[in-house]
Ligand binder design. Structure first.
Ligand code: FEO
Ligand code: CA
Ligand code: CA
Ligand code: CA
Length: 601
């Protein structure tokens, strides 16, 4: 069809057709390689991956499971090398261990699972001749952070009574980070990592007798008795009847200095506690970071944090030290959105209102500044630890699962991936509104907003839906007004990033169109605004994560390949990336143009 027509610069490749192939498909003329996969050794002394001889000790020196967010940072003195930082969101024991018994995991399996969580820092180097990107094992900067690595709690809720446990009566040191989904890269050379679905690690919420405490846990989706991975069998901190406040120590944004393998990673309480998807900063004109954040659950909120401090330029020790305090002081806000069309014109089916657009105004409602709460009836500490309750109190807008939120480095406009919400309009649930206009929303939408005066600290913004996703032939879809016969179908937008031309790149998770997830580029300005073009697809059962689009290379994290209901080591659903008879392994993939040219140029 007309898909090969004139495209925006950066998106001039032949779009990949939607498919269900058990591999990574890239456009004609592009090459690909696996950069690193689950179990590859990265630290000195770590053994090669042997799925039949796994141990927690080995895993703690190997690349973790389920790579999600990726960041690539420059390495000044090592030509052709960069520092790759990856999140390891969660483990899928059925695909990791032969003969796994979900009711009775062994201690070793639990400890391997904990070691496969967290973050990896690994140097990667370009192979000049082939164009491939390869991990450099045993580099001095390589690092693993796991579910047992000590973290320092910083910011206004550090030391709060809500964060204290028997192992940490000060409420300032947490062991581990969990469920790191997406994240962000700061202009001062650190990485941010969102702790997302941390509810699944905690057992016995149903047995909690303090009703007030139980209610708070449930507001954070904790429920039931046994946890999914049963870590509570071997570590009592994962049993809320034994360690009631341990869950409060997860669900934060984590900051890592990846250039210092000895640095203690931090949990930044000023950014609030919820199911953090990601955290991508933008600087104000006077150099203060503003961090946009989504809480990824149905009917949850959109947030921003505005720092009180300016970033110091340069890489002096003093600048690095100062910049590591930027996310500890400032104001946390939640968003309230109002459509500009009469409510009666929002029919829940995605029919455009009479003014031709889903659009309106928005307001940032302050929740807390430092030790001062702006929410009646809640202390500042409570606002940070129970941020969802603060959002409820001020009447924030319930969104269709806010995932990645990123400002365009070119225009400052901010893009919010709202992945889906099949409960929208269901009995007892919120109905459609102009920002979340479809009931039973299977395919999601991408919202674009502009801060008033292009000032990221503004209290007001204007917004419009940029994409209403799905099959272009479905009348409820919308591609910023671009002709729908010239776009790739897209469903369930999750992570977003930008290329140097200002195009938005979107990776998907959970494609509800019956084909595999993938990576898409779309122009945000000019005549091709709204023209979605698919760049790659991922193997069976996988979601596409962590996209990075550099001039000459695209990186994606292929997360949970082979994760299909009923699949196991014995009954695999995918043979990617190592072929039939091998364990399925989440991996990072690099893609480049075989003629050495710029991506999509
Ligand atoms: Fe882990 Fe919201 O995706
Ligand atoms: Ca409107
Ligand atoms: Ca995600
Ligand atoms: Ca997701």
């Amino acid at each position: 069809g007309g898909k090969g027509g004139k495209a925006a610069k950066g998106l001039r490749f032949t779009p990949v057709e939607a498919n269900t192939a058990d591999r990574v498909t890239v456009p004609q003329g592009y090459g690909q390689n696996v950069v690193i996969r689950w179990g590859d050794p990265i630290l000195r002394g770590a053994p090669d991956f042997d799925p039949e001889k796994q141990s927690a000790k080995a895993q703690a020196g190997q690349f973790g499971y389920n790579n999600d967010f990726l960041s690539l940072l420059p390495l000044e003195h090592e030509h052709g090398s960069q520092l790759l930082v990856a999140n390891h969101e969660y483990t899928d024991e059925q695909l990791m261990f032969a003969g796994y018994d979900a009711k009775k995991p062994t201690r070793e399996q639990v400890e391997i699972g904990m070691a496969a969580h967290g973050l990896s820092v690994v140097v990667v180097r370009e192979e000049r001749r082939s164009g491939a990107l390869k991990a450099v094992p045993r580099h001095r900067l390589n690092r693993r952070i796991t579910a047992t690595t000590p973290f320092e709690v910083t910011g206004p809720a550090a030391g709060s009574e809500w964060l204290r446990t028997s192992a940490d009566p000060e409420g300032r040191t947490v062991l581990g980070t969990l469920n790191n989904c997406a994240g962000g890269t700061t202009p001062w050379g650190t990485t941010l990592h969102g702790e997302e679905n941390v509810d699944q690690y905690f057992a016995n919420t149903d047995k909690v007798t303090d009703e007030e405490h139980k209610k708070r846990l449930k507001r954070y989706a904790l429920k039931g008795t046994d946890s999914q991975r049963r870590w509570e069998l071997y570590e009592k901190r994962f049993d809320v009847t034994k360690e009631p406040y341990e869950p409060h120590r997860f669900g934060w944004v984590v900051e890592l200095d990846p250039y210092d393998p000895e640095a203690t990673p931090r949990k930044r309480t000023a950014l609030g506690r919820f199911k953090h998807e990601a955290a991508q900063p933008r600087l104000t004109r006077d150099g203060r970071p503003v961090v946009y954040m989504g809480d990824d659950e149905r009917f949850e909120y959109l947030y921003k944090f505005v720092s009180a401090k300016r970033m110091m330029r340069g890489s002096s020790a003093a600048a690095r030290e100062h910049n590591l305090t930027l996310l500890d002081e400032g104001t946390l806000y939640v968003a309230k959105l109002k459509g500009d069309s009469p409510a009666g014109e929002i029919d829940g089916k995605g029919t455009l209102p009479e003014d031709g657009e889903f659009d309106g105004k928005g307001e940032w409602i302050p929740l807390a500044t430092g030790d001062t709460s702006h929410v009646p009836g809640m202390t500042a500490e409570e606002v940070y630890v129970f941020t969802r309750l603060a959002g409820d109190k001020v009447g924030a807008t319930k969104m269709d699962r806010p995932e990645d939120v990123e400002p365009s480095p070119r225009t400052g406009r901010v893009y919010v991936a709202l992945t889906n919400n099949t409960d929208r309009g269901a009995a007892g649930k919120a109905g459609p509104d102009e920002a979340n206009p479809r009931n039973g929303n299977k395919h999601g939408q991408v919202l674009e907003f502009a801060e008033r005066g292009d000032d990221p600290t503004a209290k007001q913004f204007s917004w419009r839906l940029f994409l209403v996703c799905g099959d272009p032939e479905d009348p409820s879809t919308y591609f910023a007004g671009f002709p729908k016969d010239q776009v790739s179908p897209i469903s369930c937008p999750d992570n977003v990033t930008f290329d140097a031309y200002g195009n938005l790149w979107i990776s998907t998770d959970g494609n509800a169109l019956g084909t595999h997830d993938g990576l898409f580029g779309v122009a945000t300005a000019g005549r091709q605004r709204g023209q979605v073009r698919q760049f790659l697809t991922v193997p069976t059962g996988a979601e596409t994560c962590g996209p990075i689009v550099q001039d000459r290379r695209v990186l994606v994290a292929v997360q949970h390949p082979g994760e299909v209901d009923g699949a196991s080591v014995e009954k695999p659903a995918s043979s990617w990336p190592d072929g039939p008879g091998k364990y399925v392994r989440p991996s990072v993939v690099s893609v480049w143009r075989e003629d050495g040219g710029n991506i999509g140029a």
